[in-house]
Design a binder for this molecule. Structure first.
Ligand SMILES: [Zn+2]
Length: 65
């Protein structure tokens, strides 16, 4: 897996997240070991349905409940 931002190597890890509409608190995704970019199915789906970009550490703002 290659990072789309810096083309660095990415590792597959478990992440902790605030509970959202999907009801998931934990999820697995790819994290860049160089720049910290995070890719996961939730982020990818949010990027399709919502205008605001969601990048790494800012994603906890997503929690509305
Ligand atoms: Zn990167």
């Amino acid at each position: 897996m290659q990072c789309p931002r810096c083309t660095g190597e990415m590792s597959y890890e478990m992440f902790e997240d605030l509970k959202d509409d999907t009801g998931d608190i934990y999820f697995y995704g790819w994290r860049c070991i160089i720049c910290g970019e995070i890719l996961d199915p939730v982020i990818l789906s949010n990027r399709k349905s919502r205008f605001a970009p969601i990048i790494g550490r800012n994603r906890k703002i997503m929690g509305r409940r």
